[in-house]
Ligand binder design. Structure first.
Ligand SMILES: Nc1nc2c(ncn2[C@@H]2O[C@H](COP(=O)(O)OP(=O)(O)O)[C@@H](O)[C@H]2O)c(=O)[nH]1
Ligand SMILES: [Mg+2]
Length: 312
């Protein structure tokens, strides 16, 4: 077993949480209305990945805790333009899980694809507004390469980013229970405030609902205008997942991110992928949500079901 992989078992330190984090994330039990026990369905987990070596130990530690049956779970990665040990570590983990690990840890399939796009953006620059359109188009292409190659007969596709810090073990069963075409939890991030205390806030601002003001703003755009969230210089008036009252546990969305996104496979199979061109002013995952809705599929979010992204 590669030394960087987590030792299995409940005490794994890679996924342990502080008391304060536990209190916030324990809320999930109240929000998930009921849990679905998977019968004969199967799941394909897809992760586009690039220079993600330092998060991979936790990535697998979290996967190992998932309650969804392993023998009905497949895993596929698309590695692009990576310059760190990401690819080598994935190969090591595949050898471990599929050849050496105890049978109950084996995945139905474990595929690693490599496709370079020769796109380099220093991690520090990846949130500059002027870089977003090209960066998100690259991501769209990566996601399309991945699902079109990896999807076989699975009923569910789960997109998970490589740099998540926490999600609860029962999340797949919980999300499936809502029985939606596309559904996302609320992806938070933990940052220190000015007084040095940890504070949780919404990380994934690609999950949003249109509002009368946002629709009004959109009506004045040129066809070639690209919209992106989270920039003071571009007000979009969308409603993010932290803007819902406590009684609205499941809400329709018009945009989603890809940090943790459960999709019924028939959505992708019917041709709904990730636009690598502007579709209703959006690309990639938000374009995907818009395209899914245009096809009549239901896209939903859970404002009070939390997962956590690493702190950049
Ligand atoms: N294949 C591929 N994966 C990428 C690329 N850029 C980022 N990723 C991966 O896609 C996921 C989301 O990217 P990330 O940079 O974390 O996005 P952010 O959290 O929205 O800033 C992570 O798993 C990354 O490792 C890319 O160009 N190609
Ligand atoms: Mg990320």
């Amino acid at each position: 077993m590669p030394s960087w992989l987590p030792s299995t078992g409940p005490g794994s330190s890679k996924t342990s949480l502080t008391n304060e984090s536990q209190a916030i994330l324990a809320n999930n039990h109240q929000v998930s209305q009921y849990t679905r026990e998977p019968e004969n369905d199967s799941l394909l987990i897809l992760t586009p990945i690039k220079n993600n070596a330092k998060h991979l130990g936790r990535y697998f530690a979290l996967l190992d805790k998932l309650k969804y049956p392993r023998n009905r779970t497949s895993l596929a990665f698309l590695v692009s333009d990576s310059t760190d040990r990401t690819q080598q570590m994935l190969i090591e983990s595949k050898q471990w899980y599929q050849e050496k690990a105890p049978p109950e840890l084996r995945f139905r399939r474990f595929d690693i694809y490599r496709q370079d796009f020769f796109y380099a953006l220093p991690r520090k620059q990846r949130h500059l507004r002027e870089k977003q359109q090209e960066r998100r188009i690259m991501m769209a292409r990566a996601r399309n390469y991945l699902w079109t190659r990896a999807l076989q007969n699975e009923q569910w596709v789960l997109w998970i980013d490589g740099d998540l810090e926490y999600y609860p073990p029962n999340i797949v069963n919980d999300l499936m229970a809502y029985d939606k075409d596309v559904i996302v939890p609320n992806c938070l991030v933990r940052r220190r405030n000015v007084r040095g205390r940890w504070k949780h806030s919404v990380y994934d601002r690609n999950a949003w609902q249109e509002t009368p003001q946002s629709l009004e703003m959109i009506s004045k755009l040129k066809e070639s205008d690209f919209l992106v969230e989270g920039y003071r210089t571009l007000k979009t008036y969308r409603r993010y997942l932290d803007r819902f009252p406590k009684n609205e546990t499941v809400v329709p969305l018009d945009g989603v991110g890809g940090t943790f996104t459960l999709v019924k496979s028939h959505v992708h199979r019917s041709g709904v992928g990730f636009p690598a061109w502007l579709f209703q002013h959006q690309v990639e995952t938000e374009g995907f949500a818009k395209l899914a809705k245009a096809h009549g599929y239901g896209v939903y979010g859970l404002p009070f079901y939390y997962i956590r992204h690493v702190t950049d």
